[in-house]
Design a protein around this ligand. Sequence first.
Ligand code: 5RP
Length: 216
Amino acid sequence: MDAKLNACMGAMKYLKDGMVLGLGTGSTVFHFINLVGEEMKKGKKFVCVATSFDTEMLAKKNGIPIVSLDQVSKIDLAVDGADMVAKDYVLKGGGGALAREKVVDYFAEKFLVVIDEGKLKAKSYPVVVECLPFAYAAVIKNLEGMGARPKLRTGGGKVGPVVSDNGNFLLDCDMKITNAKKMEQDINSIPGVVENGIFTKFSKVIVGTETGSREL
Ligand code: 5RP
């Protein structure tokens, strides 16, 4: 079976009827959203906050009610993917949803990271930085001063910079991570930076394999 699906199946045991859920973004969490939809068809009730337009559309297709963050007093459980996993941090932002993801994932009482086994092999991944379009040149200079090699993300289907769901630019930064917590804070202290893809606060990583899942 699909390792991404198995990772999400492993997360299902943390799901309790009536929970407020934070739904991450990406091809791994895709399966979790479908599984939540199936549970709802069986009669369970959930209210969810989505971390991207993509997730919101998929959730709605599955009959999952989506509310905004100001309509809930807490999030019980957030489930989200990652691009790279280290001991004390994970890197996210491959799908460009890192800013909303960090808001939702960090606000949740429990935040589960779901990955397929292949992600454990990744030794490096860019630190993704979302910044105000107005500020991007200054942010790049500041990041270079921190030893990073930032690249403005451009994409298929559109000429020019990729624009996030929040109307911002994304910088993919090749940089060495030494003290993840400090770097997470230091990058966010650059004026014009909205958020970065270093996530140092999570409850568990669930790794899916072809035959099942395990927790780190
Ligand atoms: C989006 C993300 C995703 O969670 C991350 O890129 C993992 O995606 P996938 O599950 O498709 O590999 O951070 O901003």
